[in-house]
Design a protein around this ligand. Structure first.
Ligand SMILES: Nc1ncnc2c1ncn2[C@@H]1O[C@H](COP(=O)(O)OP(=O)(O)O)[C@@H](O)[C@H]1O
Ligand SMILES: [Mg+2]
Length: 361
């Protein structure tokens, strides 16, 4: 089937839209990709909705969140139209859209996770059957609702030597481990780019530490780093997942701009090293995807702290900016076919289960 996947990550950098051909099982072929950045105004509106949702005990509608959801729907519909135009593919030829939506709060501990964006609205706007709300069923069944893409990663790495790990460095980081016996373990490692972005934005107004230049010019403050790593999350066994706002830059406050960037970058690298200690075996290869792989300082520090040389997914032929969007296209096809999308080893759900809500046209 032809399937479109749409991802808008917690970095709030923009929408990733991918078109793939897949059977939702072993076959995956990437066809087209486009990244659609958010305007500063859109980004601020989404950040405000996220800050508001963080104060809620449970999801409930409020005018600002409704407006943010409408923005998300409009921006995603436009991204689909542009993707189809780029690819020269008609909407009628696409079987399904996997519409992740925007996470404004992730609270599996309170029994919910909240992605805004309406599958019904997107299906109407595009004329394509849409699968949305891919995390809620898992959380309702006692899972973490994240990470969801390990089964997709497992399909990608099928031919590689095991054990192997795929590390996605988004606003939050997550790792997928595929063992020699095919076992699948996955969890969020810690904040990946999230704290670095927040720091750089507060210090200079830039959206991120381009090429890790600021961090490269700084010195890691080991005292601050040690204090930040002294958190129960890192020793806790998987399954486990994080909200983008579970960690804050406060401990680095007072450091010079470059030293703070270096320290927070080292923190992300150290959390990856901590994550590796929770795996049954050391992976032979650490494949890196997501925006963080564009940060050479972060990759260098991950190398130093893990003793593994991170390999960009692109080296293996997988566009690391597109992988999450492609993954949600794959999940949507699995949902149409009634296949499970979450598993005990990945979200902690008691048994492998399907998920997602289908909006048919
Ligand atoms: N050239 C770059 N240099 C350093 N960091 C980068 C670069 N490009 C992207 N990033 C980082 O990647 C992040 C976006 O990663 P992404 O995988 O899209 O995360 P999410 O899934 O949370 O949206 C940016 O916020 C930034 O921190
Ligand atoms: Mg993104």
């Amino acid at each position: 089937m032809l399937a479109i996947g749409l991802m808008s990550g917690t970095s709030l950098d923009g929408i990733d839209a991918a078109l793939i051909e897949t059977d939702g099982e072993a076959e995956v072929r990437a066809i087209a990709f486009r990244g659609e950045p958010y305007s500063d105004a859109a980004r601020e509106q989404l950040a405000a909705a996220t800050a508001l949702a963080l104060t809620f005990d449970r999801p409930r509608q409020s005018p600002d969140i409704v407006a943010a959801g409408e923005l998300i729907d409009r921006a995603h519909a436009l991204a689909v139209h542009k993707l189809l135009r780029d690819a020269g593919v008609a909407a009628a030829d696409v079987a399904v859209i996997g519409y992740h939506g925007q996470t404004i709060a992730h609270r599996p501990d309170r029994g919910w996770t909240w992605q805004i964006g309406s599958g019904d609205t997107l299906a109407r706007a595009t004329g394509i059957t849409t699968v949305s709300d891919l995390r809620s069923a898992d959380v309702a069944a006692g899972g973490q609702g994240a990470p969801l893409l390990p089964v997709y990663h497992a399909a990608l790495v099928a031919d590689l030597a095991k054990p192997v790990a795929v590390l996605n460095l988004g606003g939050v980081g997550n790792i997928t481990y595929v063992g020699a016996d095919g076992s699948l373990i996955a969890f969020d490692t810690g904040p990946a780019n999230g704290l670095i972005d927040s720091w750089v934005e507060a210090e200079s107004g830039a959206r991120y530490d381009a090429e890790g230049a600021l961090a490269a010019a700084g010195r890691v403050d080991e005292t601050v780093l040690t204090a930040m790593l002294d958190h129960p999350y890192f020793d806790a066994p998987p399954p486990k997942s994080l909200d983008r706002n579970d960690f804050i830059i406060q401990p680095a406050r007072g450091l010079a701009a470059a030293d703070g960037a270096a320290t927070l970058t080292a923190f992300t690298a150290a959390t990856v090293a901590e994550a590796l200690t929770l795996l049954p075996e050391r992976p032979r290869q650490l494949i890196v995807a997501g925006g963080g792989r564009h940060n050479p300082t972060l990759l260098r520090m991950i190398g130093e702290r893990t003793g593994l040389t991170p390999v960009a997914s692109d080296t293996l032929g997988w566009n690391g900016d597109a992988m999450e969007a492609e993954g949600f296209a794959y999940m949507a096809v699995r949902t149409l076919k009634g296949l499970p999308i979450s598993f005990p080893g990945t979200t902690g759900v008691p048994a492998a289960m399907p998920g997602g809500v289908v909006s048919r046209i």
